[in-house]
Write a protein that binds this ligand. Structure first.
Ligand code: NAP
Length: 470
């Protein structure tokens, strides 16, 4: 598939295969662009941004709604492509499509609600006699740099609000899974003037870096790993940056919890998309009194998962993004076992597949839970009190989301207030998001919020206009 720059299809002398992690077949190729092409995209976006600025909010909203309809019509095709390039079960790809449609709809609605407010200057010294108001203006050009695990919805979380508030966009999709996003950019381009939506494929370390350091890009909206995020924050200079980074989310299960409910939550949270979810359940902190019963039930439910061809509707556990990624998970689990953890279920790898794995007696010093393990692993850490559970939950550099299972009102509120994370759910796993909620972590999990209304705030600048009426 070619890149889309200034409304034209552009390739490169260098091409990269996009392979299906399930069977290694080549799905398509994409151009590996270099700095010059990234520069062309920046120029085209800067030229086109005025066309969008001139468009009424009414028209922008209607056009986004038109794209909603097109995406709905092509839902099945997009889902199939997503499964082929990411290896996620088709039912999960269909859910990503439904969420993408919802995200786009929220942006189409938000396009009509972007406005400033009147400001009472007379509340300040010497401010009497003014009529003042603010305007929310587009930044200009927004570059969206996105990861492989939810490539479509996470890209829409950036480009849809960016366009809703009249910015031109440049998308740098993940090299391992660029196709669904590139196909979606074509749909957007049918509605908007050429140059408003551009895609640049190629390595993050080259074209991503070029976008980050360019003075002609006004905002970087990045989702990906902490390592890349830190590098971006150091290089971005005088531009706005939103960083949606990794997670190491805890789920706390206290002794009075509804164990079945907690188990259902953990199954979804730890194994969804083969555990490759930023807000996936990565640490299960369980009170000792119930840990045996909890672990037994978790194993029982884990063993019901069906690993297989991701295109098969009965499959509930697909592959990881690559064999290399699966080997990394295998090594991390084996390392924890060498240090005393016990595998209760799973623990085997086959190519890019890694079994859904429940691992008990995990301690807080093991790499498995110190770093973000991006695979289908449910590590159980034992604690003896709510105080200890909160301490362990906070014993991490990350702070994306968290879940607490308890029926005790006071402990629920205590955990909700004391766990350091962007979101804490009570009686729900961390792995839950609606596309309108403010989403974004504390600590190393990021800077800024997404969720359409919140993303729009970060993609506009505020101007004050004051009329001296005296
Ligand atoms: P990644 O390696 O950081 O890559 C993300 C994107 O950044 C890719 O498009 C990559 O391009 C690009 N990139 C790499 N180096 C760059 C550089 N020097 N400058 C600019 N861009 C660069 O992350 P990933 O492995 O794809 O994704 C997994 C990570 O994302 C996990 O840590 C996960 O928790 C996190 N994540 C966070 C959220 C959230 O909302 N908080 C959501 C999903 C995932 P290439 O593909 O060409 O390398």
């Amino acid at each position: 598939m070619d890149m889309l720059i200034g409304g034209k299809h552009i390739s490169s002398d260098d091409l990269e295969d996009v392979t299906n992690p399930y069977d290694g077949t080549v799905i398509d190729t994409v151009p590996i662009a270099h700095r010059q092409t990234a520069d062309l995209a920046i120029q085209e976006a800067n030229n086109a941004k005025y066309d969008l600025f001139e468009m009424s909010a009414f028209k922008v909203s209607n056009k986004l709604f038109n794209v909603v309809e097109k995406l709905k019509e092509n839902r099945e095709d997009f889902a199939k492509l997503l499964t082929l390039e990411v290896g996620k079960p088709i039912n999960e790809s269909l859910v990503e499509l439904d969420r993408s449609i919802e995200t786009l709809k929220l942006a189409a609605e938000e396009a009509k609600r972007i406005h400033g407010e009147s400001v009472p200057l007379d509340a300040g010294l010497n401010g009497k006699g003014f009529f003042a108001f603010t305007q929310r203006l587009p930044l200009g050009v927004v570059a969206a740099i996105t990861p492989f695990n939810y490539p479509l919805n996470l890209t829409i979380h950036k480009i849809a609000p960016a366009i809703a508030c009249k910015n031109a966009v440049i998308i740098k999709p993940p090299t391992q899974a660029p196709l669904t996003v590139m196909k979606f950019a074509e749909l957007l381009n049918e509605e908007f003037p050429d140059g408003i939506v551009n895609t640049v494929t190629g390595y993050g370390s080259e074209v991503g870096d070029y976008l980050v350091t360019s003075a002609d890009v006004n905002k970087i909206s990045f989702t990906g790993s902490v390592t890349t995020g830190l590098m971006i924050s150091q290089k971005a200079g005088m531009k706005k940056v939103t960083l949606e980074l990794g997670g190491n989310d805890p789920v706390v299960v206290l002794k009075d919890a509804d164990i079945e409910k907690a188990v259902r939550g953990v199954i979804n949270g730890a194994f969804l998309n083969a555990g490759q979810v930023c807000m996936g359940v990565k640490r299960i902190i369980v009170e000792d009194d119930i840990s045996k019963e909890f672990a037994e039930k978790l194993v029982e439910e884990t063993e019901k998962l069906v690993m297989g061809n991701p295109l098969d509707k009965s499959t509930t556990l697909g592959t990881l993004i690559s064999e290399k990624a699966a080997i990394q998970v295998e090594e991390t689990v084996n390392n924890a076992v060498q240090k005393g953890a016990k595998i209760l279920s799973g623990g085997h790898r086959d190519g890019a597949f890694y079994e859904a794995t429940v691992i008990d007696d995990v301690t807080t010093d093991m790499d498995l839970v110190v770093n973000e393990t991006f695979g289908p692993v449910a590590p159980i850490i034992h604690v003896n009190s709510v105080e200890e559970a909160i301490k362990v939950a906070n014993d991490t550099d990350y702070g994306l989301q968290a879940g607490v299972f308890t029926n005790d009102y006071y402990n629920a509120m205590r955990c909700a207030q004391e766990i350091e994370a962007g979101t804490v759910f009570v009686n729900k796993q961390s792995t839950f998001r609606t596309d309108n909620m403010p989403f974004g972590g504390f600590k190393n999990s990021g800077v800024g919020k997404e969720g359409i209304k919140y993303a729009v705030e970060e993609m506009t600048k505020t101007k004050l206009i004051g009329l001296n009426l005296r």
